[in-house]
Structure formats: structure tokens, C-alpha cells
Write a protein that binds this ligand. Sequence first.
Ligand code: NDP
Length: 460
Amino acid sequence: MSKYDFDLFVIGAGSGGVRSARLAAQLGQRVGVAEESKPGGTCVVRGCVPKKYLVYGAEYGAAIEGAQKYGWSVGEVSFDWAALRDSIQTEVDRLSGIYATILEKNGATLFRERAEFVDKHTVKLVSSGKEVTAKTILIAVGGRPWMPEIKGYEHAIMSDDAFLLDSLPERVLIIGGGYIACEFAGIFAGMGVKTVQAYRGSRLLNGFDPEVRVEAGVLQENNGIDTRYNISPKEIKKTTGGYIVTFDDGSKIGTDLVFMATGRKAHTKGLGLENAGVKVDESGAVKVDKYSKTSVSNIYAVGDVTNRVNLTPVAIREGVAFVETVFKDNKTAYDHTQIASAVFTRPPIGVVGYTEPEARQKFKDDVTVYTTSFRPMKNVLVGKSQKCFMKLITQGEDEVVIGIHIVGDDSPEIIQALGICVKAGVTKAQFDSTCAVHPTLAEEIVTLKPREPNKTTVVS
Ligand code: NDP
């Protein structure tokens, strides 16, 4: 009989935590899970899922407009924010319930309260005051939105709040140029809110391929978003009619809602990691090795709390690898390369593999770049100028495809399939030998021509 209450105790019932707990419980391990909020974590409760529903909601506006060009007569239309918000929350609650059920059905014990470390084998359940022990502990507490504490920062909202707004503002100012800022700017603008997006850099989506970054700026503007670059907020002042935000260049923007989308940080504050000896980096993220083991041999961490690649499917894969390593005696490290991802702007962006600067840095001149830009046929009848952009990067004489970047409708769906090709090391010749599916947007990926050598491009 084990001297511990549990074989595994998981702190956090998000994507990584629940997958790990379920798999370990299915192997017959005695598993406990603590969750201080709704089960499901960021993805289900205040991230991917409700965000995607908001994007769908925003897209209907443009679809209704376009419908008339496709022969439909459309009467007076209006948008009811509260109706959409509430139906999304109902769905969030349903999914959260499924997460709890998955745990319970597989024999794990779910504690609906916060847990903090007492020592390396003991956690305290904060509301009940109960202490439980476990042979192995998994930290899967995720991240939380973060904002710089500029003067008046308390007037701003962050992404968690955005899902629950009482009403839509007439004007919104979104600060940031990353995933969340770009996606929410598209959502608000699509719902008719006068949207300004202010970013401290010169191109949105830092870290993405430079040409994709240019396209991201274009699509935001095509959606009516007023994008301002090279400005950082310094102060938020409440006025009688809303807020005035002052920037470092002295400019001021008036708005009804200030939304800081300035990043996320690991949610480790107050977790008592020091009681267990678990080391964190300067941003507060838990340090782990390739097997997700922390500085303490019986404590592991997966997902955003480790700040590796902060995406739901990655947390899940890290959780699977953790269970293989610890409970199946099969040391498994999740491979964090060539992970496809998407930004749900309107249209969205789908990417996998190297950006051009990354490829050129690693492979120098041994890189060939193929690009195309065209107006998708769906946009022609409605008179929309928004183009689709595609970029494919190959390496070596064999021209192995090492990067694909698409800005256009359905690109997240397309990139999921193309991610398999990149992971499998498929060559450009194999792409070209694949027959096109016509008429589609995706067919262009099998007929790409090299970018003209003298064509100027953005390289940084
Ligand atoms: P990001 O790191 O993507 O973006 C943060 C933005 O805030 C950047 O533009 C950054 O500028 C800016 N910023 C940071 N600090 C300041 C500051 N002090 N003043 C002004 N601007 C500042 O974070 P997000 O919150 O958008 O997203 C967090 C993570 O969540 C993502 O990296 C991604 O992993 C995940 N996510 C994934 C989604 C998806 O898969 N579709 C959707 C949403 C989130 P700079 O670029 O100059 O650093």
C-alpha cells in the first residue's frame, strides 16, 4: 500500500492537466485533480473555444452584407451582443461539465478548489484546508493575461473580461499586436465597434514571417480597423465620456473601452512552488527538462505554465508524453518543432514550419521561396479587395518543404493537412505531382512558382 493519498495529483484541470489525469487514471493510477475555476482551463473557458465562437459571430455581419451580392434580399439586421455572449457561455458550461465528467468517469477525484504546495509531496486544498499527498505531482495551472502597470491600468480590461462584457462599446482601443490583439480587433470590428489597434512595433504578429506580418496589417485595415504602429501606452485617464489613452509619442486616443492584449504569463504566483523547491524562470514559468520534469524529481509541469509553445494541442501532447514517461516506463519527449498554428483574424492565418528569416539564418542560400497572392473567387462577386497570400519555403536540392504560410479563408483547416506534409518531409516535387482540387483556394499550393529573384521582399 502506497504511503501517499494519490499516485498522481494534478493541479489545474485545463487541456494538459485533464488529458494527463485521464490517461493516468485509465492505467489504474489513483489520481486527484484540483481546479479553482471551471474545469476546462483557458482553452474551453476563456480562450480558444469562446473566442472562435465570437469570430464566427463577427463573420456573420460580413456574410449578410455579401449575401445581397449573391442574390439574397436581406431585411433590416441588428446584432445582439448579449444573446451571443450568453449562448457562448451556455456552451462553455456544457463543455466544462464534460471535462469534469471525463475525470470522474475515469475514476479521478476532482477537488473544485485551489491547491498550493506545502512540500514536494503535499498540497493544501485552500478552501477546505485539507492536505493531500501524492507520489507524483503535475503542475498544469496554465497562464493568465498580463498587462504593464502603466498609470491608470486598472481602467483596462484583458481577454478574460472580454467574453463577459455587459454590452458592446461604441469604440474600443486594443493595445498589442499579438494573437489576442489581432483576433479581438477582428471580432469587435466585425460586430460594428469602431476599433483602433495600437501596437508598439512596426508590423503586427511579431515572430511570424515578415510577409505574413504585412498581410496581417492589410487585412486588419480591410476590416475597417484603424491600426496605429510604433506607439506604447503610457497612461489611461477616465473621462466623463470614456477614456483617453496617452502614448509615448505624445499622441492620445479617446475610446469607450481599453483592452490590453499585451501577453500572458505563467500562473505560478502564490502556488507555493518555493515550498517544494520547484524552480521558475524570470517570467515565473516553471523550468522543465524535455520530459517536462521540474527541478524536483517527482514534480512535472505541462502546458502554458512552462511557457514553451503556448497552445492547447501542445499542452495535450506534453501531457501524453508525461504519462508515457512516468506511468508507462517509456521515456517520451514531445517534439516541439514544426507545430502548425492559426491566428483567427478575418480572414485567418495558418502557418507551419520555418519563417523566411529563420530558414535563411539556418540554411543560408540553400532556400527557395515560392509565393502567390490572388483574390479568392468568393470575394470577386462581393467586390472585396481582400487577397489570399501563400508562401512556401523549401530547403536543399531536393527542395524539402520546411515552411508554409497562408493568409486566407480556411487557412487553419488547410494548414492542419499541410502540417502533415511538413512533418513528413515532403518535397516541392511531391506537392507539384499532386493534382489540384478545382476550384479551391488551396489548389494554389500545388502550382506555386518561385518568387522572382529580383522581387523585393520584406526580410526582417
Ligand atoms: P503575444 O505575446 O502574442 O502578444 C503580446 C503583444 O503585446 C505583443 O504584440 C507585444 O509586443 C505587446 N506588448 C507586450 N508588452 C507590452 C507593453 N509593455 N506595452 C505595449 N505592448 C506590449 O500574447 P497574446 O496575449 O496575444 O497571446 C498569448 C499567447 O497565447 C500566444 O503567444 C499564443 O501562444 C497563445 N494564443 C494562441 C492563439 C491561437 O492559437 N489562435 C490565440 C490566442 C493566444 P511585441 O510584439 O513587441 O513583443
